[in-house]
Structures are given as C-alpha cells and as structure tokens.
Design a protein around this ligand. Structure first.
Ligand SMILES: [Zn+2]
Length: 442
C-alpha cells in the first residue's frame, strides 16, 4: 500500500500522514456562512476535502468529519435587515442558504460529514471555552465583550509564518478603544438589547473564530488529526483557532493543516466584492455537476485554479469518453483488496496518496484506457466512483435537448442529406462539445 503524504501548512513540508490514534482520523473543515449561494470557490474546497474524506475511508481509517455552519454573523443579520426589515429573521436567511448548499453538495456527490453543527446550537460550549480562556489569562473583558489577547499566546503566527512584530506593523489601525492591541480579536460581542444570548458577561453573541474551536472540541476532542479549508482562511481565522484551542487546552490542536489554493478569474482572486464569481447553481444550468467535479478533481488542490468556464465543455468530452468506455462495466463484485493490487489502480493510488495528485491518476487512466482488461476496468470504475466521487454515468443520457442542440441536430441532418460531410462532421464536433455524442446508423 502506498503511504499517504500531504503538505502540512504548519511545517510547510510534505509529510507522511500518521494519525494520533492508529485507525482513526478526526477531521475538521470550516464550513460556510449561509447568507448567499455557494460559488465555485466553495465547490473547490468541499470537493477537495470530500475526496480526502473518501480516500481516508478507503484506506481503512474510521473517519469523524466535522463541518460547521456559521449561522449567526453580521452578513446574515444585514441580509435579514435588508430583505425583511428585521435582522432577527436571520434564521430564515440561514435556512434558505443551508438548504441550497445541501442541494449543491448532493449534486456534486459530496458525502454528508459525520457532524454538521450550527453556531446557534453550540452557544453553551462557546461560553465555556471563552471562560476557560479568561481564566487562563488569554482573554479579557471590556464592557461586556471578551477579546483574545494575542500577545498572551507565545506561538501566535506559527501557521501563517508571521511573527508578532510583523503582524503589528501590518495591522490596520482601527479606532477601537476597547481592545488592548489591534491584533486582539473578539471572542464574545456585547449586544445590550438582549435579543441574542445571555452569558456571564451579559447579553451578546459569539465572535467568528471561536465557534470552530468550540465545535472541534465538542465533536472531535481537544486534539484532531487534520484541519482543512481554503487558503484564505490561514490568516487570521486558522491562526486564531490555534491560539484559542491551544490556549484553552494546552495541547497541540491539529497535527496536520491542509489548505487548497485560490480560484482565480482573469488572474484575480475570485471574490464577491470584485463581482467576478460563478455560483454553483449557475454552472449547473449549463453543465452536469459531475463535469464540474471532474474539472475540480483534475486541477490539483495545491495550485491556484484559473477558472475558465469554456474548459468545462472540453472536459465534458473526456468525461464522456471515460463514461462510455466504462459504461457496461459492473463494480458490484470489486473488493478493496483488488483495487489496491490491480496494476492500474495501484498506480492511481500512488498518485492520489502523493499529496492528492489527482491529475496524475487521470493520466494513468487515459494511458491505459484502450488496452485495459475487464478486471482493470472494474477496478478503475470502482476507484472513480468511491474515491473521486464521480458517478461515471454517461452525460448523454441526462442531457436536456435545448433549442440550440435541436437546431444543430437539424442542421446536421440537412448537411448529411446533401452529402456535405465536412459540415456534418463539424457539427458533430460542436454537438460533442455540448455533451452529445452522435452515432449515425449505417
Ligand atoms: Zn473555522
């Protein structure tokens, strides 16, 4: 069996993955703030770590996977105020976008995590950890709010490789009379109007970072094996999670940290504020979700992804080729041992175990596709379905015949009628790029 190695952001090195307890893996991935539809950046994070989850399970680990919902946040409150004229209807905003997110995740074949906690259901645990940090001298209260004292945590900056002096120099000078230092961050925000939660410090609601420390501890324990998320979360979110969890529990929080690189559009970081983003829903209007999953899987997680929607059309062809080649193959008799020992899937495993080099494993498939025996085909299909999470159903069968496609079919029929083979072939290519494979009856 190949040894799984991953690049650990904490050390900056590619390391052998060895969990704290032999056969178990505790894995935490930061979830969404449900105030809008999920976009391609979310797709990248959750597909990447769904594949990690599937791979660890395939390798025989018993995996506990926790992914949260930040269902109370300024963004939700603002949206509820704007939409309903009442910020306290933020629950309705959360419900709408959590439901939509679950649909997107299901379309993308992302497996449900073991735990999917909500902040609003974790308030007691949050209060306990905040009190613990106050008791240990890592946090202080001011006017009913609680702040983490960054200078109290010796290793602050170890994940994002920055020291306190550099961070202080770069910190935005905010006019905030409450905080002792601009780097300090809120664990609990005072809200005097009594509409949120009662705490030892008065009415209020939690800060953002503390929820992940509280939830990881509640569902997985003080020490976990793997913590993951998008690269943009490294600082300050994950750095703050470390300061909170290690400050409270006095032990290493996560042994491995993994971050997927950005999604870029025209060399710019994709973001809502720049307006250059695609929601998953929009993409699914034109492409089967499996094509997007295949696209995301083919671009290794650790390099920035320059998203180009036209590339989905090209990849649809290769996905379709693969689906047709494996179409008649049944996987019901395939065993995990067979997949590990079959020469083709063994090579594929070597690639994926090398820091999720998934583009490499597709290389192996296409090199062997035309000369594979039946057993290899069965093992490859099993691998793609179980570990990469692709259904491998032919897209053709699910393709909706749009007016554009119907028009092309008609044009091609006319071209064939007048024996204009060049034009017919050209249209066939066009149809194929839209996911329709044309086979002419002799
Ligand atoms: Zn988090």
């Amino acid at each position: 069996m190949p040894q799984l190695t991953i690049t650990n952001t904490l050390t900056g090195q590619k390391e052998k993955f060895v969990p704290l307890i032999d056969s178990q893996v505790k894995m935490y991935v930061c979830g969404i703030t449900p105030y809008d539809y999920a976009h391609i950046g979310h797709g990248r994070v959750y597909v990447t770590f769904d594949i990690m989850y599937r791979l660890l399970t395939f390798l025989g680990y018993q995996v506990s996977y926790c992914r949260n919902f930040t269902d109370i946040d300024d963004k939700l409150l603002n949206k509820a105020a704007k939409e309903f004229g009442d910020q306290m209807r933020y629950h309705e905003i959360a419900r709408r976008y959590i439901d939509a997110y679950h649909q997107d995740m299901q379309s993308l074949q992302c497996l449900p995590p073991t735990y999917e906690p909500y902040v609003t259901e974790t308030i007691n645990e949050i209060i306990v950890i905040v009190q613990n940090l106050i008791d240990q001298g890592h946090a202080y209260t001011v006017n009913g709010s609680v702040y983490y004292s960054v200078s109290s945590f010796e290793n602050y900056g170890k994940l994002s490789k920055q020291n306190l002096d550099e961070l202080s120099a770069g910190a935005r000078v905010e006019i905030d009379l409450e905080k002792h230092s601009p780097l300090d961050f809120a664990l609990w925000k005072s809200e005097e109007n009594g509409t949120f939660w009662q705490s030892p410090w008065g009415w209020g609601r939690p800060g953002w970072h503390i929820e992940c420390s509280a939830m990881a501890n509640k569902f997985l324990g003080a020490q976990i094996d793997l913590h993951a998320g998008g690269q943009d979360l490294t600082f300050p979110h994950h750095e703050n999670e470390i300061a909170q969890s290690e400050g409270a529990h006095n032990s290493q929080f996560a042994k491995y940290w993994m971050h997927n690189a950005f999604v870029q559009i025209n060399k710019e970081k994709m973001s809502k504020s720049l307006g250059n983003f695609f929601t998953l829903k929009d993409i699914f209007k034109s492409y089967d979700p499996m094509i997007l999953r295949y696209y995301l899987a083919c671009h290794n997680y650790n390099t920035p992804l320059e998203f180009d929607i036209n590339e989905l059309g090209k990849l649809q062809k290769s996905y379709q080729r693969l689906a047709l080649a494996l179409n008649e193959v049944s996987t019901t008799q395939v065993t995990i041992e067979q997949v590990k020992s079959n020469p083709v899937t063994h090579k594929m495993l070597q690639f994926i175990c090398d820091d999720l080099n998934i583009s490499g494993l597709f290389g192996v498939i296409f090199e062997n596709l035309t000369q594979m025996d039946l057993e290899s085909k069965q093992c490859v299909k099993f691998f793609l379905q179980q570990i990469i999470g692709l259904t491998m159903l032919s897209i053709e069968h699910q393709l909706e015949i749009t007016p554009q496609i119907q028009d092309l079919i008609d044009q091609r029929e006319s071209a064939r009628a007048v024996k204009n083979w060049a034009l017919a072939d050209q249209i066939r290519e066009e149809l194929s790029s839209l996911g329709l494979i044309v086979q002419d009856k002799k």
